[in-house]
Design a protein around this ligand. Sequence first.
Ligand code: ATP
Ligand code: MG
Length: 356
Amino acid sequence: MSERRRILTGDRPTGRMHLGHYVGSLRNRVRLQDEYECFFIIADLHMLTTKNSPQDISAVADNARGMVLDYLSVGIDPAKSTIFLQSAVHETYELALLFGNLVTVPRLARLPSIKEMARAALIDEDTIPFGLLGYPVLQAADILLPRAHLVPVGKDNQSHVEITREIARRFNNLYGDVFPEPADLVEGDTLPGTDGQAKMSKSIGNAIFLSDDPATVRKKVFSMYTDPNRIRSDIPGTVEGNPVFTYLDHFDPNVAAVAELKTRYRAGRVGDVEVKERLATVLQDFLAPIRERAEYYAGQSGLVDEVIYQGTLRMREVGAETLRQVEKAMGITGSFNRIARKAEDRAKRLAAQGAG
Ligand code: ATP
Ligand code: MG
C-alpha cells in the first residue's frame, strides 16, 4: 500500500467517546493519520480481561459501532486509516501466545497498571486472572501484529509499550529480525470531569459525550463545578483547577476573550452564569461539525459496519503476513512441513502400490 510508518492505537469498546478522549487521544489521531499509516483497534479482547460476561460480550457490536461513529465524526478517515475489531483477527491470539514465552511473570506482576486495573474492576489482588496479568502481552501482540513503529498511549499504558519493546528485542535476538521496536507517544492532557474531579470518565458520570445533543450539553455545562467559595459573583474567584476555565482553554479559539474573562473572574466582576453561557456556546460551536459528520455516517445504514468490516479484512491480511514471518523465523512452519511431507510421501506410496 504505502511506505508510511505505522501507528497502532485504540480503545476498548465500553461506551461512547467524550471530550476527555478528544483532548487525550482523538485529536492527535486525526492529526497523525496523514503522516502515518494508522491502525485503530477496537480492543474487545482487552475488555474481556475485566468484563467477560455474556452481556458484556453481546454489547460489543453496538459499542463498537458507537465508538467508531465517534471516531469518524471527529475526522478519522477510513480511506486513510484502518479501523478493525480485535477479536476477529485470529493472528492476535496466536502472537499473544507465542509472546507469552518472552516475558517473565514477575516482570508483569510488578506493573502498577495491572494492579490499578484490577482495583478499578473490583478484582482482589490474589484473584487477578491470568489474562489480566497478560494484558501487556496481548497489547504487544496488537502493536507488533501490524509491525507498528509508534504507539500513542496514555501515561498509564506507557510501561506496556516498554514491555512490547522488550518482547520485540527478545524475539529479534532469538529468531531474527521481524519486528521494529516501537516508540511510545504520550497522549495529550487529561481533561477534568464536569464535577471537578481530575479525570473525565464515562463510568463516573462526569463526562460530556461527543454524541450529546445540544440541550444535554447545555444542561451539563450549567451544572458544572466551579469555584465553591464563590457564592456571589462579586467575590474574587479562582481560575486554576476550575474546570469551566480548563474547558475554555481547550475549546475556545478566542484566547484573548478567555484571558479577559479570567481577569474579570479573578477580580469578582463576572458571574458564573456568563462564564458558563460562553462555555456552552463554545462547546456547541466545537461540536457542530462533529454532529454533522455523525449524521452523515449514521444516516447511511450499514456504513459504519462496512468501515469496521473492511478494516478488519485489511488487518487480517497484514496479520497473516506477520504471522507467516514469525512462524518462519521461529521454525514453527518447518516442524509441520516436515511431518506433512512424510505423510504425503506415505499416501503417494500407498496409492502407487494400490495402483500397481
Ligand atoms: P472508564 O470510565 O470505563 O474507565 P474512560 O472514560 O475513563 O472509561 P477509558 O476507556 O478508560 O475511558 O480511556 C481510554 C483512553 O482514553 C485512556 O487511556 C486515555 O488515554 C484516554 N482518556 C480517557 N479519559 C480521558 C480524559 N479525561 N482526558 C484525557 N484522556 C482521556
Ligand atoms: Mg478509564
